[in-house]
Structures are given as structure tokens and as C-alpha cells.
Write a protein that binds this ligand. Sequence first.
Ligand SMILES: *Cc1c(COP(=O)(O)O)cnc(C)c1O
Length: 379
Amino acid sequence: MDRKYHFETISVKSTQPQLDKITPVSMPVYLSTTYERNPDGSYNDDYIYSRADNPNRRILESSLAQLEGGDIAYAFSSGMAAVNAVFQSLSPGDHLILPDDIYFNIYLLMEEVYCRWGLQYSLIDMSDTQAVRQAFRPNTRLIWLESPSNPQLKITDIAYTIKIARENGALVAVDNTWPTPVLQNPLELGADIVVHSTTKYFGGHSDVLGGCIVLNKQAELAERIRKIQIYSGSVPSPFDCWLISRGIQTLPLRVMAQTDSAMRLAEFLNQHAKVEKVNYPGLPHHPGHEIAKRQMKAGFGAMLSVLIKGGQQPAVQVSNYLKLFTTATSLGGVESLVEHRKSVEGAASKTPDNLLRISVGLENIQDLVEDWRQALDRI
Ligand SMILES: *Cc1c(COP(=O)(O)O)cnc(C)c1O
């Protein structure tokens, strides 16, 4: 650096990047919020300001679009920010059909925020196609699907519901957080919008929040979502994008291993004398088993829920006796988690008192089964 500059100037200028000659194998984190303009006023690769775009987000969005088989993806600062952008793309007076066991926070967002902004909604049991047909109104704009659902693992026939939506001129959004594109591709089944909380399996290590929307080319809708993303600024930081991209590199291996373990745990719990019921679409008795087999590609996911005989008290006890399953909310990480959902959702929730939701991690499956055996033995 030229000696004639003062100390303050050197502090700033000496730390600025000179990257021309290096070729890193893994993606660096580009924290810069702003990008230099060329003498003719243009920007290299259209990078201007990092709320609008940055290299880490562009890589993540391209990856998410490819994984879901979509044309375009938008990354958000959380799953809820992505859901919020879908709702914001609608207009006051529009009606939505939502699953009656929709991810609880989405219900709260609709009820406590968007009703005041003029959106209307009906909560419907999506496994009942007759009820879905009857729920359409002239102003129904969007139907929301979550399959398997949270926390009862209900299965919706996605292709069939899309057919009904088409007949009624409504768009279909699928929250594909639980199955991930490793196991289910809603766009291939005809959905218009796929939403993810990338906090879960994409990130995979319980250390980053994120969300995304993936679309097939629908110029008008894509443009509207893009504007909501960059004008409102609910975007992930470059480091968040980097963490999620890193998680994606092992996504298929993690999801398949966790799915195999979930199947084995479901089978163990299903034959246990202290268990009233196991909700897992991989079990042949599950009412959605045949549909899930058709629309899920390589397994039934790594989430299940279990109803413990005797009500809430023994259920909560079991969750506390487990040593390898941490009692915590969230899902999709490398560590196994268990949660008494009714306590989280509150008195108004329809979740049974004795239901425990399980996120199966990457620990050895024999150890996980033995952990449940010892915990159930103690009640
Ligand atoms: C976690 C989750 C969300 C919300 O995502 P956040 O990243 O927590 O904002 C939405 N839908 C489903 C199915 C989820 O599991």
C-alpha cells in the first residue's frame, strides 16, 4: 500500500479483497453488502447490493430450484418468512383452504395477522377429498398442502387435490419441509408453489434458520414473490446461505439414513404393549399408506408420532426418560428430538394429549430403539 495514506485510510483499504488469482474449491462467504460499479455504470454479474442478491444466495437459490425440479427459487430468512411471502402475494378478499392440522405457526400467522388484512380461510381435513371439494368458494385463490402433516402424519393425495384445485381455478402450494425433495417433488405432481423451512433437513444441523419458495416459470407470480423478497428484505445472510448450502451437500445421505431408522423405530413402537398408536405412513395400517407409497419416492420420511397408553402424564414421563432423544422443538437435524406437542400448541390444539412427536436423527438405530425400550419400561 502506498505510504502516503494515513493510518485510518490504510485500516480500511488494506483489508479490501484482491481475489483475482485464487480459485477456492469450496464456496467462500461473501459478506460484502455492496458491489463496485464499473466505469460505464454496469455491475459485474448484476451484483449491486446484497439485499437484492449476493453470490452465496444465488448459489443456494440455484441449488434449491434444481433439487425441487423447479425453474426458480427464492431464499428467505426463515420458513415463516417464505410462507409470509406467499400470503403477501395474494390480495385482500382472497380465500384460502388450509389443512386443519397445518404447521401451527402458519395458522397463527393467518388468524392473527392476515385476517386483519382481508384474507379469508377455511381449515379442512385434507385427507377427506369430499370435504376439500366442498370448501371451494368463488374467491378461493390458494390451497395449502402439507403431506405428511404435523404432528399426526396425515397423508394428502397431492395429485388428486391439484386436480380439484385446477377445476376451481385455484393455485396449489405445498409445504414440502418434512419429506424434502429427496422423497417427494410436488412440482412434478403439478403444484404451483413449493415452500420449505430450510431450517430443518436442508440445514440439517440445527444451527441456521432459513426458508424458500420454489416455482415453475409463472412470470407474474415469480415476479411478485421476488419483489416481496427484496423490497421487504426478509432474506438470509450470506453466511446463512453458506450453512444451508453446506447442509445440502449431505441432504440425500442424511434423509435416507434417518428415514430408514424412522421406519425401524416405527415398527418397534408399533408392536410395543405401552403404545396406543404409531402415526407413520410407512406402516401398512396407516390410512394414507398406499397414497404415500405412490407419491413419495424412496421412503416415508424421518418424522413420526406416537400415542402412549394412559394419557398425557405417562407420555410426558417417557419423553423425560429418553436419554438419546433431546426434549426440544424443531426437527430434521442430525440429533434425535422428541416433543409433547400439546404442551407447545396449547389448549385450543386438536393434538391428542398423549402424542409425542419424534424427529429421528443419525445416531445408531439399535441405540435409539433400546432407548425407547428402557423409557417405556419405566412407566
Ligand atoms: C419449521 C416449519 C415451518 C416454519 O419454518 P421456520 O424456519 O421455523 O420459520 C413451516 N412449516 C413446517 C412444516 C415446518 O416444520
